[in-house]
Design a protein around this ligand. Structure first.
Ligand SMILES: C[S@@+](CC[C@H](N)C(=O)[O-])C[C@H]1O[C@@H](n2cnc3c(N)ncnc32)[C@H](O)[C@@H]1O
Length: 184
């Protein structure tokens, strides 16, 4: 495994980098935390939790985690919404999420980038329920030592609301040339 370090950034809080070279395709770490129903997190008006990972395998398969751009000419099978059962349509809110707010591992400190060097994969190891998949981050590139690790959080802009029901916005400081300016 790679020697990962948490370090402080000027504008994004904590971040993660590796002391070792990481080859493209290598598994980095699993995103661990408390498995929660998304509705329970959304209804918790007190929380301003920055460590929620929605388990959305369909989004991952479609490559919104940053992988599609990198695979470029490799074809990814398209799954049409109308072919899916209701509970698997992409517009539906993921039923479960991983809450790393109170408990988790180093993955909770990995920041978003619009030009990430990691991608997300849903892993089914002991069952076949995509709603409860495990989330693992892999290297999308050869990553030199001490380069910040990042993945695409893949928020839809204006999709996040505060306890008052108003749309919340968060500026993105990833520094990529094609930065989308906001996380959400
Ligand atoms: C999962 S945490 C990542 C670790 C976090 N930086 C920390 O200090 O604990 C997600 C939060 O980190 C910050 N963050 C992550 N990526 C960012 C980015 N590209 N630009 C600005 N803030 C970012 C935001 O506050 C976001 O809600």
């Amino acid at each position: 495994m790679y020697r990962l370090e948490v370090f402080r950034t000027p504008k994004k809080g904590w971040a993660v980098r590796s002391w070792d070279f990481i080859p493209a395709g290598a598994p980095i770490c699993e995103y661990t935390g408390v498995l929660m129903r998304t509705e329970d997190v959304d209804n918790d008006s007190e929380s301003d939790n920055n460590y929620i990972f929605d388990i959305d395998c369909l989004q991952t398969i479609r490559g919104l985690g940053g992988r599609e751009r990198r695979l470029g000419d490799v074809s990814i099978p398209t799954v049409h919404n109308s072919d899916r059962p209701d509970d698997q349509r992409s517009e539906s809110v993921p039923e479960f999420c991983i809450d790393a707010g109170s408990m988790g591992n180093i993955a909770r400190f990995i920041n978003h980038s619009c030009e990430p060097n990691l991608f997300v994969q849903c892993i089914l190891s002991s069952h076949h329920d995509v709603k409860l998949a495990r989330i693992v981050l892999f290297a999308a590139d050869n990553i030199p030592p001490l380069q910040e690790l990042s993945y695409d959080y893949a928020y839809t802009l204006d999709s996040v609301c505060g306890p008052d029901g108003k749309v919340k916005k968060m500026l993105c400081y990833c520094g990529a040339a094609d930065c989308r300016s906001r996380l959400f």
